[in-house]
Write a protein that binds this ligand. Structure first.
Ligand code: SAH
Ligand code: SF4
Ligand code: F3S
Length: 470
């Protein structure tokens, strides 16, 4: 592998850390343990794999349980809605008492929440026992920051506003051997008025397709069969690079990689979804027949104030076009209830779209006011009482429609990737269909990571029971 200067620098810190951790081990007569806890989206999950990869490569052993009492505990945080922040503060309180018992313990915080100045102020003031804090732009320098935490023995806080560094070849510890997320772009330029992501993740930056394909080939060599291409708006992939390929072209290149059998992607912004993408998906054997197409609201007026840049009619026309090309496709969505100024009539428009679009699943969120976003200072914030009522209306429609839609597969035989042992009954496995629907069926751990054909016997709304038929 050819490394650039920034990568070589971090690899050097990894070497130094390895010695330091080894000396600690010798002194303590035991291995040091670590825990990485992830809040938020798939991008954060992927970042956590990078953090764990570095911790493991310098000698930490991963502690897999709920108790937050490892020698190194790190929270990779999310701030998209306020409840994600509250969960972090809640758990930090408990960490303090663990630290009192274990003198070796170090506590770190990173991720989107740390890009907010008010959060940093609060940590400095109220959580002095946190040892290391960094943000989304300098996660690549985690080896350097980790070393400083051990050497300096005082609170290390380093937050950047942006970055142009490309550091892609550091160790990664994947959660699943057989599937992996792959970042194709970072940041977001869309500035939906409710959303904090553009502020905490910075401007949109695409990775070069050569780098992406190289990474996917390496993953395939390492046993990965399914990749999920990650970006806040994958449909605008390549826009900030000269001579870059488009997203559908990138998909075709990924399709060529030997060993990769399934391709997924997240997230598609409806305003940028091209006919070319629909065509490439329809003709592909590897791209899963699933598209996550966030609606947010069915009211054209609310969509305008959200700065989503499509109307109700345009969204529905897009769904129709997708379904015409791929009648069986599963479409899922995100919906926000309680955006400032949203009326009962607006909610009825959303419900109308849910009925017409026939989603396989929809994630419904209560609007959360995020500091410094345009929506935070909009008039007519909706009273909580109304929001709750509207939320229940939307949720029950989603559940009813999804149950009806998902049932179309009943009695069919489908290809399923075996993913993990079922949590309730260890003689069962959980697997996923191309549509991303979960299936429960009899099986054992030797099957994990392989494809099987499953007859779908019973639909439970969002998931199926089935029997392996080969
Ligand atoms: N880039 C993706 C969304 C990433 S955030 C897209 O544009 O589709 C994931 C979801 O969180 C969003 O789709 C939205 O439904 C929800 N969300 C974002 N900000 C929110 C807020 N302030 N309150 C409630 N939900 C929010
Ligand atoms: Fe947020 Fe909109 Fe960007 Fe998605 S597209 S991350 S909702 S600003
Ligand atoms: Fe949350 Fe950051 Fe993802 S705010 S949703 S973890 S990009």
């Amino acid at each position: 592998m050819i490394y650039n200067d920034d990568e070589l620098l971090q690899l050097d810190y990894i070497d130094k850390l390895r010695k330091l951790i080894y000396e600690k081990e010798q002194k303590l007569g035991r291995k040091l343990t670590c825990q990485v806890t992830t809040f938020g989206c798939q991008m954060n999950a992927r970042d956590s794999e990078k953090i764990l990869g570095i911790l493991k490569s310098v000698g930490f052993e991963e502690k897999i349980d709920e108790a937050d009492d490892a020698d190194f505990v790190i929270y990779n945080t999310c701030t998209v809605r306020d409840n994600a922040n509250q969960r972090v503060y809640g758990r930090l309180g408990a960490l303090k008492s663990h630290k009192k018992k274990n003198k070796e313990m170090k506590i770190a915080l990173c991720g989107c929440m740390m890009q907010e100045p008010s959060v940093i102020e609060k940590i400095k003031k109220s959580y002095p026992f946190v040892d290391l804090v960094f943000g989304t732009h300098n996660i690549f320098s985690f080896p350097e920051l980790l070393l400083r935490t051990y050497v300096e023995n005082k609170q290390v806080i380093e937050i950047w506003d942006s970055t142009d560094k490309v550091v892609e070849r550091l160790p990664v510890a994947r959660k699943y051997k057989f599937k992996s997320g792959v970042n194709i772009m970072f940041g977001c330029n869309n500035f939906c008025t409710y959303c904090i992501v553009p502020y905490v993740r910075g401007r949109e930056r695409s990775r070069r397709h050569e780098e992406i394909i190289e990474e996917i080939k390496r993953l395939a060599d390492d046993g990965v069969k399914e990749v999920m291409l990650l970006g806040q708006n994958v449909n605008s992939y390549g826009n900030n690079l000269d001579n870059e390929v488009s997203f559908p072209e990138l998909l075709k290149m990924v399709e060529e990689v030997e060993g990769i059998e399934r391709i997924r992607f997240m997230t598609s912004h409806p305003k940028d979804l091209s006919d070319e993408l629909i065509e490439v998906m329809a003709n592909s054997k590897k791209i899963c027949k699933h598209i996550h197409l966030p609606l947010q609201s069915g009211s054209t007026e609310v969509l305008r104030r959200m700065n989503r840049r499509y109307t109700k009619e345009q969204y529905l026309a897009l769904v129709e076009k997708i379904r015409k090309a791929m009648p069986d496709i599963s479409i899922t969505t995100d919906i926000i209830v309680g955006f400032p100024g949203e009326t009962y009539e607006d909610v009825l428009e959303t419900i109308d779209v849910i009925k017409k679009a026939k989603y396989d699943n929809a994630f419904t969120f209560i609007y959360s006011k995020r500091t410094d976003t345009p929506a935070a200072s909009m008039p007519d914030q909706v009273p909580l009482e109304d929001v709750k009522k509207h939320f229940d209306m939307v949720l029950s429609t989603v559940q009813e429609m999804a149950k009806e839609r998902t049932a179309r597969f009943e009695n069919r035989v489908v290809r399923v990737l075996c993913e993990e042992i079922n949590e309730q009954d260890d003689s069962y496995l959980d697997g996923r269909m191309s549509s991303n629907t979960v299936v429960h069926f009899k099986g054992d751990s030797s099957m994990i990571g392989s494809f099987v054909n499953v007859k779908l016997t019973k639909c439970h709304g969002f998931y199926y029971d089935g029997d392996v038929v080969d």
